[in-house]
Ligand binder design. Structure first.
Ligand code: NDP
Ligand code: HSE
Length: 406
């Protein structure tokens, strides 16, 4: 079976290496030889032993009917969307690691794949090397999925771990994550929660069978977390993590990405560095957890190549991996989402005022806490109610607001 690769960067070069170096074992697993015949990239790679495979002309892949599987690892929406759609329309299966593409165009591309009876696979788009998408739609097929949540971005988890454990600066930790190939081309997508938002949208779309678009989902990154917040959290037995969550309802679903205080005895609290973890609650299984490296060349390439093997072995569309497009938002508006909140306030604020506004709270303390600073955790409430309380607050400013994992 002839395979083409589009994009020879961090992920694509790993895919090429595995396809070329593990030919025999992959042939056994796929039931046919997977022959890498073309690589599309903008750059030249004169030092590579397989440099003759490179082209800069997409039509050499698009119009070659002997190519049956195309891997897209270029990233970005354009021209990835046009190239992938065209390959599917030409009857080629497509495997991608591009979460932006799947989160924005998944429903449409899955429909084209179904019409042409080919596969559109994207295991690597969530959780890097962790098998989570295939287990979700195949191994958990007997379940109604109730919640899906976890640590979905390797770069931010790496940064938080370095900042908290080693007191490294944000900038230094980010630059190491970039050197290691974890970060997106524009790392704003990582640190502002946009990448994790794309991933939770993909997982939630699989779970509820309707496309959930990133534009309808509240996403907040890690850039506002302070050492003071970490100190309060730590003293109360919590760690701070960037969490994507999808709580599935009947018609609408609570989907969001935010930093969250995670209890130290929770399974997610020890997920550090570039590791990701996804917890899925099914009505038959209860909690199932998936854990592994969430970014990086070889872990991600592993997931891509597994999809190539699956596509080679089962050429017709995998019907369990589909969802419908949606016109109205199936994501709950932020004001209706329910969470518990941590607040840090500065000013002359009385405990009874706080409890009048937010209800009963748990007060937190930290070492060297200034006299004019308070921190507390609320009970679970609708975001709208929390915001109403914030607006009524007088004589104090809100320095931090972080949700926590119930
Ligand atoms: P890179 O930027 O390292 O690689 C992308 C490659 O594609 C580059 O060589 C780039 O060339 C090339 N390219 C871009 N546009 C075109 C084009 N129009 N025609 C031909 N070649 C093109 O990105 P990654 O490998 O890190 O990521 C690829 C995708 O995988 C992204 O969607 C990313 O989000 C996703 N991903 C990445 C992971 C990781 O750990 N890095 C993990 C999981 C998913 P040039 O450099 O010249 O622009
Ligand atoms: N930039 C992403 C991350 C790559 O750090 O998780 C993996 O999707």
């Amino acid at each position: 079976m002839k395979v083409a690769l589009m994009g020879h960067g961090v992920v694509g070069s790993g895919v090429a290496e595995i396809l070329l170096e593990k030919k025999e074992s992959l042939a056994e697993k796929a039931g046919s030889l997977l022959e890498l015949v073309k690589i599309l990239d903008l750059r030249d790679f004169p030092q590579l032993s397989y440099q003759e495979l490179f082209t800069k002309d997409f039509s050499e892949i698009e119009s070659d009917d002997s190519i049956s599987i195309v891997v897209e690892a270029m990233g970005g929406l354009h021209p990835a969307y046009e190239y992938v759609k065209s390959c599917l329309e030409k009857g080629k299966s497509v495997v991608t690691s591009n979460k932006e593409l799947v989160a924005e165009k998944g429903a449409e591309l899955l429909a084209v794949a179904k019409e042409k009876n080919v596969n559109f696979f994207f295991e690597a788009s969530v959780g890097g090397g962790i098998p989570v998408i295939r287990p979700m739609h195949l191994c958990l097929a007997a379940n109604e999925l109730k919640t899906v949540y976890g640590i979905l971005n390797g770069t931010t988890n790496f940064i938080l771990t370095k900042m908290i454990r080693e007191q490294m600066s944000f900038e230094k930790a980010l630059s190491i994550a970039q050197e290691l190939g974890y970060a997106e081309k524009d790392p704003t997508a990582d640190v502002e929660g946009i990448d994790a938002c794309r991933k939770i949208c993909i997982l939630a779309s699989i779970a509820c069978k309707k496309h959930i678009y990133p534009k309808d989902v509240y996403a907040e990154g890690i850039t506002k977390i302070t050492a003071e917040d970490v100190a309060y959290a730590s003293a109360a037995g919590y760690v701070v993590k960037l969490i994507g969550q999808a709580k599935l309802g009947k018609e609408q679903h609570q989907v969001m990405v935010t930093p969250a205080l995670v209890p130290v005895d929770h399974q997610l609290s020890g997920v550090d560095d570039v590791f990701n973890a996804v917890l899925i609650e099914g009505d038959c299984t209860g909690d199932v957890m998936f854990y592994g490296k969430g970014a990086g060349k070889m872990p991600t390439a592993s997931a891509v190549v597994a999809d190539v093997v699956h596509a080679a072995k089962m050429p017709g569309t995998s019907l369990s991996l589909t969802w419908e497009d949606s016109t109205a938002s199936v994501a709950l508006p932020l004001t209706s989402c329910e969470n518990s909140f941590y607040y840090r306030l500065q000013g002359s604020v009385k405990p009874e005022t706080v409890e009048q506004l937010w209800g009963e709270v748990v007060w937190l303390t930290r070492k060297d806490q200034p006299a004019n600073e308070v921190a507390f955790m609320t009970a679970c409430m609708k975001e709208g109610e929390a915001v109403k309380a914030e607006k009524q607050l007088q004589d104090a400013v809100i320095l931090s607001k972080i949700r926590y994992l119930d």
